[in-house]
Design a binder for this molecule. Structure first.
Ligand code: ADP
Ligand code: ADP
Length: 223
């Protein structure tokens, strides 16, 4: 499904270069539930950002279902990302002025889906993440675990086959972490959604089907 070939990312090329990714090669198959691990600064976020089309590589290529991800204009990339990749972040990144339901509906609104259709889908998604009763709440009224569930529901809104999560459990207690992992594993198994999760969290590694270890911009282990 995803082929990563000789990926290099160098920041500050013209001053003091930082080699964040140093010739990374990897295949990620459909249906993987993969943890990307390694010490702070080893390149996990950079890797996820490039894999998700949020940033461009210095060199190298990523092929998703045979198509070169970064061979797109920036406007095509925005549409591609919106329709094909879900993102989950450490700080939830919900829009504070929108309710849980409106946060989930937002992408569908950009896609031009009808109000009725959006509402039905957002209710279905909030139910799938176990917070059907929180649709009218604003993010500040929700716990961290509940906010991250809204973020997962939002990531699912456009029916992506791939979800990228950057330290999704970093701010969650063990109960919320365990519940979130149950939800993500369930989506992985039931809907065959591929998950790639950058993490320091042993609890995530324990539930991953595959662990890819980075050090200093290189993959040192990928079982
Ligand atoms: P991790 O997610 O594993 O902590 P990052 O991908 O954030 O690693 O960072 C990898 C390396 O690239 C680090 O040395 C970091 O300081 C550097 N880096 C990350 N983003 C930038 C940036 N925008 N500009 C310059 N250096 C960066
Ligand atoms: P993480 O540990 O999740 O990678 P960081 O705190 O390292 O998060 O980075 C947060 C943000 O700061 C990222 O968007 C990253 O690209 C940017 N960043 C990290 N290191 C540098 C750096 N040396 N110079 C500029 N930006 C950086």
């Amino acid at each position: 499904m995803i082929e990563i070939k000789d990926l290099v990312k160098t920041y500050n090329e013209n001053t003091i270069p930082v080699h964040a990714l140093n010739h990374v090669n990897l295949e990620i198959k459909e249906g993987e539930f993969t943890a990307v691990v390694g010490p702070s600064g080893c390149g996990k976020t950079t890797f996820l950002n490039i894999l998700g089309g949020l940033d461009k590589p210095t060199s190298g290529n990523i092929f998703i279902d045979g198509t070169n991800l970064h061979d797109r204009s920036s406007s095509d990339m925005i549409t591609y990302r919106r329709d094909n990749i879900g993102f989950v972040f450490q700080d939830y990144s919900l829009m504070p002025v929108l309710t849980a339901e409106e946060n989930v509906e937002f992408i569908m609104e950009l896609q031009g889906r009808s109000k009725k259709d959006r509402k039905a889908r957002s209710q279905e998604l909030l139910k799938a993440v176990g917070i059907a009763d929180k649709g009218n709440q604003f993010p500040t009224k929700l716990s961290g675990g509940q906010q991250q569930r809204v973020a997962v529901a939002r990531a699912l809104a456009s029916k992506p086959k791939l979800i990228l999560a950057d330290e999704p459990t970093a701010n969650l207690d063990s109960k919320a972490t365990s519940d979130l992992l149950d939800i993500m594993r369930h989506l992985n198994e039931k809907e065959n959604i591929t998950f790639v999760i950058a993490t320091h969290d042993q609890r995530v590694m324990d539930r991953a089907k595959r662990v890819i270890q980075f050090d200093d911009g290189k993959i040192i282990d990928a079982k």
